[in-house]
Design a protein around this ligand. Structure first.
Ligand code: NAD
Length: 263
């Protein structure tokens, strides 16, 4: 299932952060199946290696770039390794993110948790853009997909305040990048998933009451699968979305459209 003559990302290099799990891994597999050479940018070496092996097993091409997205030098190195490997960079999927259990209301969230979440979820996206944009311009342009969340546009009475603030920042930052670079061939969109069935939410939703409290607000009545979010990321990465930039791209099972959900 490697790139085909009609692969939608043939000849493209895509760097995906957090590609060792969940949405990032599914996207690595999908992008590679559409012909992209995928840079698996991950801080967890073992998880990143598994993704590379899976891509190669399906006949695709992948390279592991070990990096913590919140580290300036490591992200510069990750982008350099993409360019050294393939000669260019066309797609940046800033997907890595964390959701620590100790992130709660503003009153109870410890400062170190606040800082960690902002460093990974917001500064990490900034650093990805900072280092990739020059390489993308040099490569003739491309597409940036920054993962925000439905919580960037909606509030919850059970807050994860640092996470929500970080995702709001990602959304605002993405709009500005889209405007600034629109005439230089770079598109930037904020991908906003609803709750997705990945390890990120596993612990949180293992409590049946927590799970039920969330499902009631989703018109579709279920979580997304990571592969469904990967398909949306693929659309944003591909030339098919050539006139889409600066968007708040909801992939949320209808959450943000709902006032009352079906019984
Ligand atoms: P996940 O936990 O399954 O995977 C995240 C990956 O990111 C892991 O492989 C992890 O090792 C990596 N990572 C974490 N911190 C990193 C760092 N500092 N540097 C490099 N890699 C790092 O998560 P997921 O559910 O696939 O989430 C992916 C993105 O989607 C995140 O930005 C998350 O906030 C967002 N999102 C998830 C949901 C959901 O319900 N799962 C909903 C909305 C948005």
């Amino acid at each position: 299932m490697s790139g085909t003559p009609t692969g939608r990302l043939n000849g493209r290099t895509a760097l995906i952060t957090g590609a060792g799990s969940g949405i990032g891994r599914e996207s690595a597999l999908l992008f590679a199946a559409e012909g992209a050479r995928v840079v698996v940018c991950e801080r967890d070496e073992a998880a990143g290696r598994v993704t590379v092996e899976h891509v190669e097993a399906q006949g695709g091409q992948a390279l592991l770039a070990l990096a913590d997205v919140s580290d300036d030098a490591q992200m510069r190195q990750a982008v350099e390794s993409a360019v050294d490997w393939t000669g260019g960079l066309h797609v940046l999927f800033n997907n890595a993110g964390i959701f620590p259990a100790r992130d709660g209301s503003p009153v109870e969230t410890p400062l170190d948790v606040w800082q960690l979440v902002i460093d990974v979820n917001l500064k990490g996206v900034f650093l990805g853009c900072k280092h990739a944009i020059p390489a993308m311009i040099e490569s003739g342009g491309g597409s940036i997909i920054n993962t925000a969340s439905f919580v960037a546009v909606m509030g919850a009475a059970t807050s994860q305040i640092a996470y929500t603030a970080s995702k709001g920042g990602v959304l605002a930052m993405t709009r500005e990048i889209a405007v600034e670079y629109a005439r230089r061939g770079i598109r930037a969109n904020a991908l906003c998933p609803g709750p997705v069935n990945t390890p990120l939410l596993e612990e949180f939703l293992s409590d049946p009451a927590q799970r039920a409290r969330r499902l009631v607000h989703i018109p579709m009545g279920r979580l997304a699968e990571a592969s469904e979010v990967a398909q949306a990321a693929l659309y944003l990465a591909c030339p098919e979305s050539s006139y889409v930039t600066g968007s708040t791209f909801m992939v949320d099972g209808g959450i943000t459209a709902a006032y009352v959900t079906p019984e």
